[in-house]
Design a protein around this ligand. Structure first.
Ligand code: AMP
Length: 115
């Protein structure tokens, strides 16, 4: 656990979250400031700041996050309508929380603009 990391505190149960999924490796919870009707974050229990810090050792964990995201999206009813997975890294991507997280966005047609 990294001191002053808000998502580490959520993993530790020190800060509440609206959790929708948890297993040995990841947890998922609703974003506090949703950008779409469904906006869920999937985060690893392990602290990884961003994709720049991710290493080959994290390969299975990152794959697990993706597969959990698809299951969570399906459970949220998004499999047919579709959804977007977003993982921001660094200032140009406007990353604001430096504990890696996968956004699941869906529930309405999303912007056609990717950048
Ligand atoms: P990013 O800009 O990719 O770093 O996204 C960080 C996301 O974390 C934003 O969408 C925030 O709304 C969300 N967020 C920040 N604090 C919390 C929190 N305590 N619970 C849920 N979501 C949060």
């Amino acid at each position: 656990m990294v001191q002053d990391c808000i998502f580490c505190k959520i993993v530790a149960g020190e800060i509440p979250s609206n959790q929708v999924y948890a297993d040995e490796f990841v947890i998922a919870f609703h974003d506090i400031n949703p950008q779409a009707p469904t906006h869920i974050l999937v985060i690893p229990r392990k602290h990884i700041s961003d994709m720049n810090e991710a290493s080959p050792q994290d390969q299975a964990l990152l794959g697990h996050m993706m597969l959990c995201a698809s299951k969570i999206a399906a459970d949220a009813g998004l499999a047919e309508s579709g959804y977007r997975l977003v993982l921001n890294t660094g200032p140009d991507a406007r990353q604001s929380v430096f504990h890696i997280h996968l956004h699941i966005l869906g529930g309405r047609p999303l912007s056609g603009q990717m950048g």
